[in-house]
Design a protein around this ligand. Sequence first.
Ligand code: ADP
Ligand code: ZN
Ligand code: MG
Length: 519
Amino acid sequence: MKYQSFIGLEVHIHLLTRTKAFCGCKAAFGDEPNTNVCPVCMGYPGVLPALNAEAVRMAALVARALNCELSARTWFERKQYFYPDMPKNYQISQFASPVGVGGYVDIPVAAEGDGLAGDGSGPAGSGPAVSGGRTKRIRIKECHLEEDAGKMIHAGNVSLVDYNRAGTSLLEIVTEPDFETGAEAETYIQQLRRTVRYLGVCDGNMEEGSLRCDANVSINLRGAGLGPKVEIKNLNSSRFVRLGLEYEIARQIALAEKGGVVRQETRLWNENRDQTETMRSKEDSHDYRFFPEPDLPAFEPDAAFISGVEAGLVELPFDRERRLALEYGLGEEQASALCEERAFADYYESAVSAARALGVDGAVAAERVAIWMAGDLRRVLNRDGLGTADVGSLRVTSVRLAAIVALVAAGRISAKIARQVFDAVLAEGSEPADVVAARGWEMVVDPAAIAAAVEAALAAEPAAFSEAAAALARGDAARVKPLSAYLVGKSIAASGGKAEPGLVKAALEARLAAVSRAL
Ligand code: ADP
Ligand code: ZN
Ligand code: MG
């Protein structure tokens, strides 16, 4: 491999604070334009910003989740530039003292030899590959808190501006240039998205701009260090991050191969043409004239603040995935699907533990609940336009699912009836045992009732029965098998579908054996 590629990501996340970062205006997406504004976020002269403590707590929480060290003293700077969506003509941001610095995250990566930069053999067009346990450490340079700008809306000949978003809390998470492929960057974005959702600090919605990514990329001859960097903007899905980077790495290598030089510039991802295009070159890059924001005092986290932050550190998705796989004997993809959302993983663990409490074998509970969740639960969520995060709103609660699993494990209902119970509980919010009792769905296990069902089938099918007995007498197992299965089916049908299949099979076999011995 002649070339090496370097990718560093700058991800902005919208913090789910109730109010904006430096004023009391409501922070909400989708409200009537220019209704959540005040003199502070509109940048009137003489107003004073006040720091939103919840924004700092959320910022610190993310920083700690990404293994950053919290700055002992953190303050804000003014980043000066003009744009119509920014009424103050400067953005309050952090330059010299980010909330957190020097962290890292481990991401799953494809096995060695997959998806190397620019060799064209990478998993292009595919999502991130299953890792088989291999991870790569990505260093986090810093996490800094800042305010967002408003939003320009270009409608035909006019441009409108909505300041509802101006001043809302934004956290920028900057990595070192440690990614080598678009697929790694995509994996990171997906993992980060899940992480901030688990932490409850961001909804991670890329389409609505709650999570935005700028990707920086350079190539160079292997061993020669970083190349001149190109920044790609306008990447509003993790897939576009991968595609944009793959395109850009290929473009830069092709240019270098022709003896050209990569220009340092900002490019845009054009999703209609699947390519990056020049937006502005280095020559017109900004000088922001950062200087300390004089209206906001520095923030020094005290012990109470820090312990509050540490208390909010939940088990993160990737860790939970690995724990679930080990603890419950799940496959990598199964564990990852269950950990898609915190609520979904919570549901799983709660259902398994409830099933075990009801006497279901540990491994059986772990397996059965996972199968229900991957199948029927997902089907129902999809049908109702819900996501896995909404699993808690279903009337089939984790405890009720556990009860269904326990009924099957105890042989009281069949797998087929279990699905009917599931649908009934889903529709009525009733208890599985009550559904079974009220509808008379419990399997028949009484020996006399089983024997009666078998006798009824034999009486109705004399030809099949005598043929089976004759085949058994001459030791023709291959012929006995289908006839016996047929007669088991008829016996169960004779019981109204409720006779326990194992008991029916045993009773039928005993009856056949007795008759064939007499032949
Ligand atoms: P800037 O001052 O232009 O914003 P930074 O040093 O803050 O640059 O880096 C921004 C992002 O670009 C970081 O994620 C960093 O890892 C990445 N980066 C910096 N230099 C390079 C390079 N030569 N190639 C690829 N990525 C780079
Ligand atoms: Zn305001
Ligand atoms: Mg920068």
